[in-house]
Design a protein around this ligand. Structure first.
Ligand code: GSH
Length: 202
């Protein structure tokens, strides 16, 4: 193995896509391994935590968990703060994003009726609370850390993009419209030249 390898599903979404974006912005020449749902069951047990994304770096054991992957890429390539307190503040917001995924992801596996009621409950309670807390903790613009893009911004971008897409049943595309700092981070990442270059290429 002579190139870093990022393993994730063959979809431009979620935890895998934020890691791909980080590698791309870091100008890392990586192998973008995209696996199908049919291939996954046979691979699952080989992953360090039984889930993906996984980053393989030459000379190291495979690394699991999106936040660990993002922080490592960010530290090595100037996409994560060097100051320990500011870095921890970014990691707090990254954990906040994972809490949203932890609340929404179980609904992906529900029956239609259960999904509808579970998502309506999220729209009425969890999601506005989550967004208010995110909004309160975004103290700079256009990005979370000010003028410069960091891995935390890529993570915020992926969840806002997903839930505001209008393609998630029972979650209105306007779900985050009342949170200008959160949508501001989303828009700044969407309009970043490196991010645009990634989507022009993939
Ligand atoms: N804490 C892990 C969660 C990873 C995770 O749940 N990944 C999902 C895809 S986004 C997965 O591997 N699902 C397949 C499965 O659980 O079998 C992370 O942040 O990477």
């Amino acid at each position: 193995m002579n190139k870093p390898k990022l393993i994730y599903f063959d979809a431009p979404v979620s935890r895998g896509e934020e890691c791909r974006l980080a590698l791309h912005l870091a100008a890392v020449d990586f192998e973008d391994v995209r696996i199908t749902q049919a291939e996954w069951p046979a691979l699952k047990a080989q992953m360090p935590y039984g889930v993906i994304p996984v980053l393989e770096l030459p000379g190291h054991a495979p690394l699991g968990h999106s936040n660990a992957i993002l922080v490592l890429i960010g530290r090595r390539h100037g996409l994560h703060p060097t100051g320990d307190f500011e870095a921890a503040r970014h990691e707090g917001m990254m954990q906040h994003v994972e809490e949203l995924r932890g609340a929404v992801s179980p609904t992906l596996r529900m029956s239609d009726a259960d999904k509808k009621s579970a998502r309506e409950a999220l729209v009425a309670g969890f999601l506005p609370t989550w967004a208010s807390v995110a909004e309160k903790n975004i103290t700079s613009a256009p990005f979370f850390g000010g003028d410069k893009i960091h891995v935390v911004d890529l993570k915020l971008y992926q969840v806002v993009r997903w839930l505001s897409s209008g393609k998630v049943d029972h979650i209105p595309a306007t779900i985050f419209s009342s949170y200008p700092k959160l949508t501001g981070v989303h828009d700044a990442v969407r309009d970043h030249s490196g991010v645009k270059a990634w989507y022009a290429k993939t």
